[in-house]
Design a binder for this molecule. Structure first.
Ligand code: SF4
Length: 501
């Protein structure tokens, strides 16, 4: 029996409409309702270092973000937030400041005395014992917002036991906390469902939209793909996941997570928001029952291709309207043939603009199993550049894997080694290992859980110290960073996964 509140009933498949939700005030920034989609980022300075953190917040704000988050892992960091907020205001920045709390309810309570929003992870924050109720009361008194930030890979044990580490588990994890917020009549709540796996992430958000509608909730949504990595791969992966949801009007604030300086994230996020600002066109969908938005179902079993591999067996559908994602989706769902379909579109602009826009438009069709190939028409780029972008889009959408996958966290105040340099060096030595997933994570506290199903892990264990993982098992602990890359390669070789370049 069809659930009345399925995603297809809630969202308009024919034309772009933003999901209706209530407004949430985060300091001077208001999200949800009819407000523009807000761009945000996160510092990677040590939060206890007030001067560096303030300088980085201001650089992020100058780049165009209206919300900045800082990790607060201990009392020292929680208390430093007060000085950070005071200095940022003194410098005349209205930027909303958010504290990121993972394990210690006491720190959330300290942070709520100075910041504009507190983010908690339901995976390591209890619903019992009145901890959440106490935090809500604290937030209510000062007008502080709350984010229920679920991460794939750090779900609570009782959720994993019941629903597994799945999109459904992620949605239920958020709903448990949202029900308490409703019971406490607290509506200044934002919710997120992040994963480094774009398919898991998109399905989790859609299930959350369904579940909230079913229980008459309308909280705004924060979008992000975690551990997206760096460079063009990180940008495309974020554009695929975030774009797939923005294309349907889901999302009120976004963060593009890159393993780079946080201010680099902001122009990418702004480009995505602008890309979806004017979605025009209406496309009738005559067979919505063929669409499966919360469960992966491929339309054909044909090989997934880049445009250089096209043969006569593939139908080409070109989108020319101001809403290419809806145009392709309607055309594919209405198509009676069983032939594989390549989606094609003309793009103007630089390599980065083409990559980001094409990923944001095309990713959804690949994540949903509707398209069998992509064709980016951009004669200003070389064939090599176009082929590279298409292959990265296919990989980011989990449709076809042609190179090593890196699950690299953006780093934060918990990171005590040079992760940007480490990721660049690891990529230079291992990018030919097609089919392998390598996690490069900033800290031992959240890294091992959040690198999800990586085959190997390179995880920060202390100041310039690294621990190496094979799957979920820690194989070597606290190696000096300068030795860690060679030891990682030895580990890959010892397990028979190394290939010569
Ligand atoms: S995994 Fe990375 S981003 Fe997450 S808490 Fe650790 S250092 Fe910060």
């Amino acid at each position: 029996m069809q659930n009345y509140f399925c995603y297809i009933c809630i969202m308009n498949l024919s034309k772009y409409t933003r999901r209706e939700c209530c407004e949430v005030r985060i300091g001077k920034t208001v999200i949800g309702g009819n407000n523009p989609i807000a761009v945000q980022s996160m510092t990677n300075t040590a939060t206890a270092d007030v001067e560096s953190s303030v300088a980085q917040i201001e650089r992020i704000a100058d780049a165009g973000a209206s919300i900045v988050r800082l990790t607060a892992q201990g009392k020292r960091e929680g208390e430093a937030l007060r000085d950070i907020v005071a200095q940022v205001r003194k410098d005349d920045y209205p930027t909303a400041i958010v504290a990121d709390i993972h394990f210690v309810p006491e720190i959330a309570s300290i942070a709520a005395e100075s910041v504009d929003k507190v983010r908690i992870n339901p995976g390591n924050y209890r619903t019992s014992g009145g901890e959440l109720e106490a935090l809500i009361e604290k937030c209510r008194k000062r007008g502080v917002a709350l984010r229920i930030g679920v991460n794939h890979g750090s779900l609570a044990k009782h959720i994993v036991d019941k629903l597994g580490d799945t999109p459904a588990g992620m949605a239920e994890s958020a709903m448990e906390f949202l029900r308490i917020c409703i019971r406490e009549q607290f509506d200044q709540v934002v919710v997120s469902m992040k994963s480094s796996n774009t398919r898991v992430m998109v399905h989790a958000y859609r299930l959350l939209v369904e579940a909230m509608e079913h229980e008459n909730m309308s909280f705004p949504i924060h979008l992000g793909v975690t551990e997206a990595g760096n460079g063009i791969e990180g940008r495309i992966k974020s554009a695929v996941g975030i774009g797939a949801l923005l294309a349907d009007g889901v999302g009120d604030t976004i963060r593009v997570s890159l393993t780079e300086a946080p201010e680099n994230e902001v122009p990418v996020a702004k480009m995505l928001v602008e890309h979806f600002a004017n979605r025009e066109g209406e496309f009738e969908v005559s067979h919505p029952e063929r669409y499966s938005p919360t469960e992966y179902r491929r339309r054909t079993s044909a090989p997934i291709i880049a445009h250089s591999e096209i043969t006569d067996d593939y139908i080409i559908i070109e989108a020319t309207s101001g809403n290419p994602t809806a145009e392709w989706r309607a055309a594919i769902l209405n198509n009676e043939s069983e032939q594989p379909i390549v989606i094609r579109r003309h793009y103007e602009g630089t390599r980065d603009e083409v990559a980001l826009h094409a990923a944001a438009d095309m990713g959804q069709l690949l994540l949903d199993g509707l398209a069998d190939g992509v064709w980016i028409d951009a004669p200003q780029l070389s064939d090599e550049e176009l082929n590279e972008i298409e292959l990265i889009i296919l990989q980011a959408s989990r449709a076809r894997f042609s190179q090593t996958e890196y699950i690299a966290c953006p780093s934060c105040g918990r990171t005590l080694y040079d992760i940007e340099k480490a990721l660049a060096e690891i990529k230079a030595r291992t990018s030919h290992l097609k089919g392998l997933k390598i996690g490069v994570m900033g800290c031992i506290v959240n890294g091992p859980g959040e690198m999800a199903d990586a085959d190997y892990g390179y995880v920060g264990a202390g100041a310039d110290r690294i621990s190496l993982y094979k799957g979920k098992e820690c194989i070597e602990r606290n190696i000096p960073q300068e030795e860690a890359l060679e030891r990682l390669i030895e580990l890959i070789k010892a397990n028979g996964d190394w290939k010569s370049n």
